[in-house]
Ligand binder design. Sequence first.
Ligand code: FES
Length: 316
Amino acid sequence: MDVHPLKLKVRSYVAETPFIRSLVFGVEDGVVPQWQAGAHLRVALPNGGDRPYSLMALPGLPEDALALGVLREEASSGGSQFMHALKVGDVVKASAPVNNFRLHEGAAPALLFAGGIGITPVLSMAAELAARGSSYRLHYAGRTPGLLAFLPQLQEICAGGLSVHYDNDESRLDIAAALGDAAANAHVYVCGPSGMIDAVKAAAAAAGVSADRVHYELFKSEQTSAPDRPFEVEIKSTGQVVGVAAGQTIIEALEAAGVDVLYDCRRGDCGICQCGVIAGVPDHRDVILSDEERASNKVMQICVSRAKSERLVLDL
Ligand code: FES
């Protein structure tokens, strides 16, 4: 099965900031797939890998087009550089849309948090909530004014429902205060770096928001702070031992060895690839496990997490 069945042709692009580019694509050989706020698709890269990008409901986007927003990362493994080098008329292959970050049904209000490029799915959520006539507020945080993309579009979508915060002045985001101002039955959504997700989850728990009303999606930088080390994975049911190279995920290594595994988001936030750990110490890099689950070292997300020990024995 072709995991990248869509052929997307670049119609236009705009430098939204010095580092963030929006791209509008037409769909070759077919109709534009249906998608809902929070969805992403995976764009195939020349190196054989792919990268997830959230679909954006930019104001004025034609019905027969799709839009993505891409942050250029200097130390990227190729995805963002590739996307920033695309020209009008270039064609890329992409997966069908997948949505692990859906808006709730019904009329309950929403509180949206976005950090940096994490705004891409959240902008679509704000547009959907505005179209529904639902009550919501969007808190958008970043370091400096010049680095926050899509502000004109957000102002058009949200009008008075947008609060913008810069890390270095008195408008700094106060998550607890934002939660305190929210309605008791509000659903909370956050997309951004892991520190922001953890902070919103902790503040929501402290404010008494039940976990099933807190929804999050990680924006995972392509940059890693320290080089990864190789390690081994042993499959408990067969005893097979598979080497995981420094530049490989456990899922990639298992698939290369002919082992079937279930996964979806491949960025540690959907939970589908969760796997029991019989022995060894995982290096957790997901955003879905609770602190207790992480500390237990009995489960891990094999799409992103690695090993602190030389070998992991997995319950596969
Ligand atoms: S595939 Fe989604 S958490 Fe691993």
